[in-house]
Design a protein around this ligand. Structure first.
Ligand SMILES: Cc1cc2nc3c(=O)[nH]c(=O)nc-3n(C[C@H](O)[C@H](O)[C@H](O)COP(=O)(O)OP(=O)(O)OC[C@H]3O[C@@H](n4cnc5c(N)ncnc54)[C@H](O)[C@@H]3O)c2cc1C
Length: 423
């Protein structure tokens, strides 16, 4: 903790270039602006139009389990055999993915899972608190609904399987209630089915329009003098003394500080700044139902389907699943069909007409933790990517940590476990 990356000392003023205007890059730049930095974002898309566009909108302050838990190896053959399953690996990309998969499987020991829950828990504990100034200044309050969330299990096997993780999460202070079929129906009367059980979380909230949420942060940033350049960053050239030039498909950008926040496409920039990170992607899908015809009171997660049904401003979003297929694979929109089918079964009367499919690339490291901190060998470059399933939740806490590190302030949580050189 307490690293300084900028040659100009703790006042931290100068020109910062943020590569990527997803929720993570937006929050990093916004926090830097509060410290007096002049910030330019570069992104070929509009703010929040990458992975941050299509998430399930869920936020909390409590720790989660990593994706790789003991027993994951036994699931790999199933992941390969069922291309439409909730967690799948595309054969064609198996060779590309092998190094990531090996590390992923190696992360699945009880000790590493325990350490993940502790370290990740220390970070996520500050997630919503760090959003507070952004929510106030950008006027985001009307986009956030404190509704809780409900996870339902249709089979006894799946429900029995989760019991160990329930105990682990409770031990780490996660506020969850195990509920039976009758309570499920009381919490969400729109559901139907013979549920084996469920998990009710009252602490979670929902961002009901993730795109608008990002866009309003960008509007705030622009009011504070921020500049948004539509273009692609190509290369970071370190100039010494903490200064760099970001070469782009347009004019080069000189910077006193560069923040790499290009989501799933951050790997090459990290490498240019001396950090070899096994970043890849867990691709997720959604189907947006513009006229669902049924109103859910609470976001509902299907445990077996691996997706959320989140009531949002523009309809019901069925979002989730996990496809390991690298950043180069084209989307396979057939993957939304099993989600829609199961959603119709869980919510009778659901109107799925006009469903709009979408695919997004979660930026993922095999140990399920993001990289947050200085590039190991290049002063003046900060890394902020790899937020996997929790980037919406962790945007602001990441942004504040980056600004704190740049200014030489103590960070809210220990960033050591999130450094790039852990690999
Ligand atoms: C189906 C699904 C459901 C999810 N549900 C949740 C949820 O409920 N809660 C939660 O917290 N998280 C959730 N997530 C995860 C969350 O959406 C991501 O972790 C988050 O959006 C990552 O943000 P980011 O800013 O790192 O990446 P992105 O939003 O992808 O932003 C990165 C930006 O970098 C830009 N970029 C890439 N290359 C370059 C380049 N060369 N030059 C310039 N710019 C570049 C891209 O265009 C993009 O705009 C979900 C994800 C998916 C797919």
């Amino acid at each position: 903790m307490g690293d300084t990356v900028n040659s100009q000392g703790t006042s931290g003023r100068g020109h910062a270039v943020v590569i990527g205007a997803g929720i993570v890059g937006l929050c990093c730049g916004t926090y830097l602006q509060r410290d007096g930095w002049q910030v330019t974002w570069i992104d070929p898309r509009g703010p929040g139009e990458g992975c941050s566009y299509g998430n399930a909108g869920q936020r909390s302050d409590s720790t989660f389990l990593p994706l790789a838990t003991p027993g994951i190896l036994k699931r790999v053959p199933g992941m390969l055999m069922d291309p439409m399953g909730p967690l799948t690996i595309r054969w064609a990309y198996l060779l590309n993915l092998a190094p990531w998969l090996l590390r992923f499987v190696a992360s699945a020991t009880p000790e590493k899972v325990e350490a993940f829950m502790r370290d990740f828990g220390a970070m996520i504990a500050h997630a919503r608190k760090c959003y507070e100034p952004i929510v106030a200044d950008a006027g985001l309050a009307d986009l956030i609904r404190p509704r809780g969330a409900l996870e339902v299990f249709e089979t006894k096997a799946a429900f029995d399987n989760i019991q160990t993780s329930v105990k682990m999460r409770q031990r780490h202070g996660v506020p969850l209630n195990v509920v039976g079929p009758e309570e499920i129906r009381q919490i969400e009367p729109a559901l139907s089915g013979n549920f084996a059980g469920g998990i009710h979380r009252t602490d979670m909230d929902t961002v009901i329009n993730p795109l608008k949420h990002s866009q309003r942060i960008a509007e705030l940033a622009a009011k504070r003098g921020g500049r948004f350049v539509r273009g692609e960053a190509r290369r970071i050239e370190a100039k010494g003394g903490g200064k760099s030039t970001v070469h782009t498909d347009g004019a080069p950008l000189d910077a006193d500080l560069v923040v790499v926040a290009a989501g799933a496409l951050s790997k090459k920039f990290a490498a240019q700044a001396g950090a070899r990170v096994p970043l890849d992607t867990e691709r997720g899908y959604h189907a947006m139902l513009p006229n669902p015809g049924v109103e859910l009171r609470i976001p509902v997660k299907s445990a077996e389907g691996g997706f959320y049904m989140t009531p949002m401003e523009l309809g019901l979003r069925i979002a989730g699943t996990d496809e390991l297929a690298s950043v180069h694979a084209p989307p396979d929109y057939r993957r939304v069909d099993p989600m829609i089918k199961r959603a119709k079964r869980l919510v009778p009367g659901l109107n799925t007409e006009g469903a709009v499919p979408w695919m997004g690339m979660r930026p993922s490291l095999p140990d399920s933790k993001p990289v947050v901190g200085p590039a190991p060998n290049t002063p003046g470059v900060m890394l902020a990517f790899g937020h996997d399933h929790y980037g919406l939740t962790l945007g602001a806490v990441t942004g504040k940590a980056i600004a704190d590190l740049v200014a030489g302030r103590k960070t809210d949580f220990d960033v050591t476990p999130f450094r790039a050189n852990r690999f």
